[in-house]
Write a new protein. Structure first.
Length: 377
């Protein structure tokens, strides 16, 4: 059935469009039209802002489910379904530092989920275990192994969707990064104590971005720029950033935005099982993680991902950055992630040919409705 989204302010990359309807059919946008075809189902947006559905490239869990412990199609369906209620229409389920056997199970689960049409799954994000022990954060693998040929083969074995791997350039040789990149894997840098020069070598080798900017990485110092300095200074790489108000101080967020602008910043949740649920604790690699004042923390107080959803992260991010332009908010919350994943034009934009995934928000970016494939979630 042809569906027409009417009476809304449509947020496109070129500006906010009024006086037109978004026409959708078979889950895709067909056109922005001034005339609504006879017989089309009409959805009145009540004058609200219609943005592309949110895209999140770092989702460890949600709805009470942790991907590491439930690396199955059913686990992915539960996670994606929980986040869809909060505006996320596309996500990269994230498996954190574990053994290769579990990583293989996670990859197989993503392949199965995508083959059977589980909504919202874009691929897989493998975060670790090729990280710096000095910047491990909550990651607690049995060992921090070497990224060898067998591991590269496993990490690059996904048949459908995108693969993203977070690694530390001080723990992985440049040649190994180059090999991963040649397989089509998107390499991001994180959980690293590397110096500036080492980071720049990794970027030259093909690394494409940084995982949760500021968290678990060597800081910017007077004579040692570190990973943070490289990320803020470089203009070619993408940066995921958690704007829940707990992982990064609002002042630091404003500094990042002043340095990098909106072009290559991606809002992410780093969500754990409590996100999109009422869960207040869960088990992670033998440790009990609790939600305290809206933050996931381990027994020693170490941050352990987030309890926030994208609806909250987008609203807070806009406030902390001081952004009111919905075109920029759409870039931060979806367009940039689509570009980063090499999927611009397919998702993350309201334009003919793109998937009909939308969020309806007000002028303060409060979420009112989510539409996945033009159907309400």
């Amino acid at each position: 059935m042809l569906t027409a989204f009417t009476n809304g302010r449509i947020v496109t990359p070129n500006g906010v469009v009024t006086g037109k309807a978004v026409l959708c059919e078979n889950g895709a946008i067909t056109q922005l039209a001034t005339v609504i075809p006879v017989g089309a189902k009409q959805i009145d947006l009540g004058g609200g802002l219609l943005l592309p559905g949110y895209l999140d490239v770092q989702v460890n869990g949600g709805g009470g489910v942790l991907f590491n412990t439930e690396p199955t199609r059913e686990g992915l369906q539960a996670i994606a379904g929980a986040h869809a209620k909060f505006g996320t229409t596309g996500l990269m389920p994230t498996v954190i530092s574990t053994d290769l056997a579990t990583i293989e199970k996670a990859i197989i689960a993503v392949d199965e989920a995508m083959a059977t049409g589980v909504p919202g799954i874009l691929g897989i994000h493998i975060e670790g275990p090729y990280l710096s022990p000095k910047r491990r954060g909550i990651h607690n693998p049995k060992e921090f192994p070497t990224l060898d040929e067998h591991a590269i083969a496993v990490l690059s074995s996904l048949k459908r969707g995108k693969t993203m791997v977070t690694l530390a350039p001080d723990a992985v040789p440049v040649n190994a990064i180059k090999k991963l990149v040649t397989t089509g894997v998107i390499v991001c840098l994180g959980h690293s104590d590397a110096d500036y020069d080492t980071v720049m070598e990794a970027l030259k080798a093909g690394a494409r971005g940084f995982t949760h900017l500021f968290n678990a990485m060597s800081p910017l110092q007077t004579r040692a720029p570190g990973v943070v300095g490289a990320a803020l200074d470089d203009r070619t790489a993408w940066c995921g950033i958690i704007t829940d108000g707990n992982h990064v101080h609002p002042v630091t967020l404003r500094v990042a935005y002043a340095c990098r602008g909106a072009d290559k910043l991606m809002l992410v949740t780093d969500a754990m099982p409590p996100a999109a649920s009422d869960l207040m604790s869960f088990e992670l690699q033998g440790r009990t993680i609790r939600v305290e004042n809206g933050v996931c923390v381990g027994p020693d107080g170490t941050l352990a991902g987030a309890a926030a959803d994208m609806a909250a992260v987008v609203k807070r991010g806009a406030e902390y950055f001081g952004v009111r332009d919905p075109v920029i908010v759409a870039k931060l919350s979806s367009g940039n992630a689509a570009d980063f994943l090499g999927m611009m034009g397919q998702i993350g934009v309201i334009a003919p040919g793109a998937r009909a995934d939308f969020v309806l928000v007000d002028d303060k970016f409060n979420l009112h409705r989510t539409f996945t494939g033009a159907a309400a979630s």
